[in-house]
Design a binder for this molecule. Structure first.
Ligand code: SF4
Length: 281
């Protein structure tokens, strides 16, 4: 079996930053450290920090001490929290979308977000515009919007470029004065581009990442849409149990942006050994 590892694999820069902020808070900020929502969409990362004593909550804590970490996907602006040290792990690329939405809203545009209505990033972006912000998931939903005189489009960072292009085209026809900011994350685009190259040369793809992660799901969907065999795992343990069923000549290995580097390293080592053994047999 030949194995092709993607160049863009493991944590993206935003997730690396969020992990580093949490490690730093555990060392030098007031304890306990709490996450407000999942720091990133990966169970292994959350477990890693829960074991180190980080507490997890979805609502604002009632106590007035400790450190609160805002998730990498961001959230609506927080009220003043006396006694609590707030560490903002919002990825700077997500912050860029939030600020674009706020700016458009202040300039009296009807803000439209291209994204997943229930995703924490989209809920956070809405918090920077207003309650009337519209969310569409694709060009079909955009086509169903009512007539709007003045609107501006921003994009959830993990959306794909093709959907953005199609949505923008529809909105240009429907909206008299349309403004937009293409806020797709370049690191997500790089992975989407790289998977196309890997899919061309492989007959099966190993996708590493959580089922909670939107960008990992997109990699898996892309693999299946081209009729390639998909193996989707989130840990070395899961890979080991599936390895006997993986029958292919060329295996591509890619990951979502929140798949932990420490797990990727173990998986790479295991696969390299596996390929070596299978060559000599
Ligand atoms: S995928 Fe992009 S936007 Fe999201 S956390 Fe990573 S770098 Fe930031």
């Amino acid at each position: 079996m030949k194995i092709f590892f993607a160049k863009n694999i493991g944590f993206c820069s935003g997730v690396k930053r969020a992990v580093a902020i949490t490690e730093g808070a555990l060392k030098k900020d007031p304890q306990p450290v709490r996450f407000l929502g999942e720091l990133v969409h990966n169970e292994n990362v959350l477990e890693h920090f829960l074991k180190k004593g980080v507490r997890f909550g979805k609502k604002l804590p009632k106590v007035k001490k400790g450190t609160l970490i805002i998730q990498a996907h961001g959230r609506p602006p927080l009220p003043h929290l006396p006694g609590i040290t707030v560490k903002d792990a919002t990825c700077p690329l997500v912050k860029r979308v939030q600020l674009a939405a706020r700016d458009f809203h202040q300039k009296k545009y009807q803000v439209i977000i291209l994204g997943d209505k229930k995703h924490s990033e989209v809920l956070g972006i809405k918090g920077y515009a207003n309650k009337k912000t519209l969310v569409v998931k694709d060009e079909k939903e955009a086509a169903r919007l009512p007539f709007i005189k003045k609107a501006a489009l921003v994009v959830q960072t993990t959306q794909n470029q093709e959907t953005f292009n199609k949505t923008l085209k529809i909105l240009k026809k429907k909206i008299k004065e349309l403004n937009y900011a293409n806020t797709i994350c370049p690191e997500v685009s790089a992975r989407q581009k790289e998977i196309k190259d890997i899919l061309e040369k492989c007959d099966a793809i190993l996708v590493i990442g959580s089922r909670l992660s939107a960008n990992t799901r997109r990699l898996a969907e892309k693999t299946e849409s081209l009729g390639k065999k998909l193996i989707w795992i989130n840990s070395l343990k899961e890979l080991k149990s599936q390895m006997p069923q993986i029958k292919c000549q060329k295996l591509g290995v890619i990951s979502g942006t929140s798949a932990p580097d420490w797990e990727i390293d173990k998986i790479k080592k295991y696969l390299k050994n596996y390929a070596k053994k299978n060559q000599s047999n």
